[in-house]
Design a protein around this ligand. Structure first.
Ligand code: HXC
Length: 519
């Protein structure tokens, strides 16, 4: 059938407009984007979403500003591609900023498009994925682009804890373009992604300091120093693949459970290597990740923030295909002591797991909170309290395993029995005491040691006595603080059974507007 006349004209016009929309800021700008080593907004979505699943909204929307030459810079879509698609068959809302249109700068129209999919995603209960590549508020739009950010922020916050929100930083994200990601659950930096509030030119003008974008806000800075980002990848493709992996551990929303993925790894597998993991020397380091990898389903461990506060390990894994959140001290970095950064990292992860119905398993080998003025002045009391608050508040199943040291504050703070931990295990190598032997003996027996005929020998005697008495898990088991002392090799089956028991756990917190978690 041939289509003619007015209908043909209409269809031709639509097709032409669609073709223009696909080109964003134009072919030259697309070429520049490629020369910079970056994919375009649409190429990124094609990488991220299941083939043929993308349903776009707002492809033809443009702004109607005229000042500062904006009338000559009208591009369909206005610098962001928005819509819905699927990842491994599960629905997601997506927006992808288009740097080829005025540097992906954030406009009123961009805001309207992003808000629309945020609203729909919240109502439908599906995750929101944002791909960032934007110079921040569109300068020419003045207060209107600033106000437009507020619209997105409020939706980020309302969706927080209801649907997972993941941000991927794939270009220079500046100003408001970093605050929306900072309100989401995960930030992944990949390819040529940078994040900063104020760019190098503004910094130079205000402070005189000269700094490159890499030094200011590259992946190394934000995954290592600042803790702003959670994961990073060398290429954009790898960064987008991380989104798919992350989503596989999470439910679509807070009223669903994470998906169960069929596992080939038998739940009753004994792991003999664990019986010799803990070294003989009390202070000899070992890598807790070796235990995690041996206990949970093969190749299921995804560490989150691996380069930030490495004295704590957090991440997702699976047990019999069920998603688990893991929190652990890391004895091979700073002896696993807790400090300000580790407290923030752990507390945030616990709250994330609790929000999305992911049970938490905690491994404890911690000599305590790091002492010193640096930590005290920095507010370690306030930061450490976040861990306690998060564990006490969390209503998901919680299981803990003391592998070696559980000293003082660390014993209490790291998922102790009284903080609504459901099941507590310890390995025979567990040491549960108020403090380490040297400190305790010095405080309790200072005078006695001083007065002894041979002070050194007496001190050694007292140390041995203290270790004998406290450096085991049996006193804690006696008084019901530890449910069971288990052989390390049987940890996988014991954990699997414990998780099975707790799968239908229901626990409620008192009704309130919200608590005041220390910040
Ligand atoms: C309008 C912008 C823009 C912006 C970039 N462009 N940022 N247009 N508003 N915010 C335009 C450029 O003019 C340029 O257009 C094109 O995008 C590409 O930018 P380049 O500078 O050529 O690219 P590059 O060298 O890669 O540098 C990218 C950049 C830089 C690092 C992002 O453009 C930059 O520093 N921009 C400003 C960043 C910033 O300070 N934003 C904060 C805004 S305030 P032409 O046509 O010349 O190629 C804000 C406050 C919100 O966001 C607060 C909320 C709490």
């Amino acid at each position: 059938m041939t289509i003619e006349g007015k209908t043909k004209k209409n269809l031709d016009m639509l097709r032409e407009m669609r073709e223009r929309a696909v080109l964003g800021g134009g072919q030259n700008r697309i070429d520049q984007q490629h020369e910079r080593g970056k994919l375009t907004a649409r190429e990124r979505l094609a990488q991220l979403l299941d083939e043929g699943s993308f349903q776009e909204f707002g492809a033809l929307a443009t702004h109607d500003f005229t000042a500062f030459g904006l009338d000559k810079q009208r591009f369909p879509g206005d610098g962001v591609v928005t819509g819905f698609g699927k990842i491994n068959g599960r629905r997601v809302a997506v927006f992808s900023q288009d740097f080829t249109v005025m540097g992906g700068s954030f406009s009123e129209v961009q805001s309207q498009k992003i808000c629309r999919i945020q609203d729909m995603a919240l109502e439908a209960g599906i995750p929101v994925i944002g791909l960032g590549d934007s110079g921040g508020a569109r300068i020419q739009e003045g207060v209107r682009s600033l106000a437009a950010y507020g619209e997105v922020f409020v939706r980020n916050v309302l969706a927080s804890g209801v649907v997972p929100q993941i941000s991927v930083i794939l270009g220079p994200c500046a100003g408001g373009a970093v605050y929306s990601p900072a309100l989401t659950d995960f930030i992944i930096m990949a390819g040529k992604g940078y994040m900063f509030l104020t760019g190098p030119e503004v910094i130079k003008a205000v402070t005189g300091e000269q700094v490159s974008v890499e030094e200011l806000g590259g992946a190394e800075v934000h995954t290592g120093r600042s803790g702003v980002a959670h994961l990073d990848a060398v290429t954009e493709e790898e960064g987008l693949a991380l989104v798919k992996t992350l989503l596989s551990y999470l439910p679509q929303n807070n009223s669903e459970e994470p998906p169960q993925i069929v596992s080939e790894d038998p739940v009753n597998r004994m792991e003999e290597s664990l019986n010799s993991l803990i070294p003989d020397g009390d202070n000899t380091p070992y890598d807790i990740r070796d235990a995690i990898e041996a206990i949970f389903d093969h190749d299921s461990f995804l560490e989150i923030q691996p380069n930030y506060a490495a004295n704590a390990v957090v991440g997702f894994a699976r047990m019999d295909g069920y998603s688990v959140g893991i929190v652990a001290n890391q004895p091979c970095y700073m002896s696993g002591a807790l400090n300000i950064d580790a407290s923030d990292k752990i507390a945030r992860f616990i709250r994330l797991c609790d929000a999305f119905n992911v049970p938490i398993v905690t491994f404890i080998d911690c000599p305590g909170f790091l002492p010193g003025t640096g930590q005290e002045y920095g507010g370690v009391i306030r930061h450490g309290a976040k861990i306690i608050y998060a564990y006490c508040e969390a209503t998901v199943p919680k299981i803990s395993i003391v592998t070696r040291k559980a000293m003082g504050g660390a014993y209490v703070a790291m998922s102790s029995r009284q903080m609504r931990t459901d099941i507590t295990f310890a390995w025979p190598t567990g040491q549960i005491a108020v403090m380490g032997a040297e400190g305790a003996v010095n405080i309790l027996f200072r005078e006695e040691i001083k007065k002894a005929a041979d002070p050194k020998a007496r001190e050694q005697e007292l140390l041995a006595e203290y270790r004998e008495r406290f450096f085991n898990p049996y006193r804690a088991a006696d008084v019901g603080q530890i449910d069971e002392v288990i052989e390390p090799r049987e940890t996988r089956p014991r954990l699997a059974r414990a998780m099975e028991i707790l799968r239908t756990k229901v626990q409620q917190n008192p009704s309130k507007k919200h608590g005041l978690s220390p910040v």
